[in-house]
Design a protein around this ligand. Structure first.
Ligand code: FES
Length: 143
């Protein structure tokens, strides 16, 4: 099996069976963002306690790249401090620039590495991560 096939499978699995979809009943940091180039959107919620992202959920509409990226991000960010979550987002930016970046804690993310060859899709892949950054900033400004 080609690596590309494996990556495509990982992406399609997250797209078809998105992790962490929905909304919290309890209060949560909420960020609504859209991708201006296509209008696709995401609503991200983070449950933060004592500086740690306890859980994340999302709803939205978008292509397989944007939705699979959101699924992976909401899983990967669980249990991280706000600083670690920012670091994760920074590593994802590096990946989108074609730079080497590792995600030992959540290797599925590396399946999106190939997106950097398609500039139009980078906005799809980064939508959820931009929402994550905004959410972290909102939380940090509260304190
Ligand atoms: Fe809209 Fe990918 S085409 S987010």
């Amino acid at each position: 099996m080609q690596l590309d096939d494996l990556y495509r499978r990982v992406i399609m699995d997250h797209y078809k069976n998105p992790r962490n979809q929905g909304k919290f009943d309890a209060e949560a940091v909420t960020v609504d963002l859209n991708n201006p180039t296509c209008g696709d959107r995401i609503s991200l919620q983070l449950q933060v306690e004592d500086g740690i992202v306890k859980a994340a959920k999302f709803t939205g509409e978008g292509c397989s790249i944007s939705m699979s990226s959101a699924s992976m991000m909401t899983d990967a960010v669980k249990g991280k401090t706000l600083e670690e979550a920012m670091d994760l987002a920074a590593r994802f930016s590096s990946l989108m620039k074609g730079e080497a970046a590792e995600f030992e804690e959540y290797e599925d993310i590396e399946a999106l590495a190939g997106v950097n060859k398609f500039p139009a899709r980078i906005k799809c892949a980064t939508l959820a991560w931009n929402a994550l950054r905004k959410g972290i900033e909102q939380e940090q400004h509260k304190h």
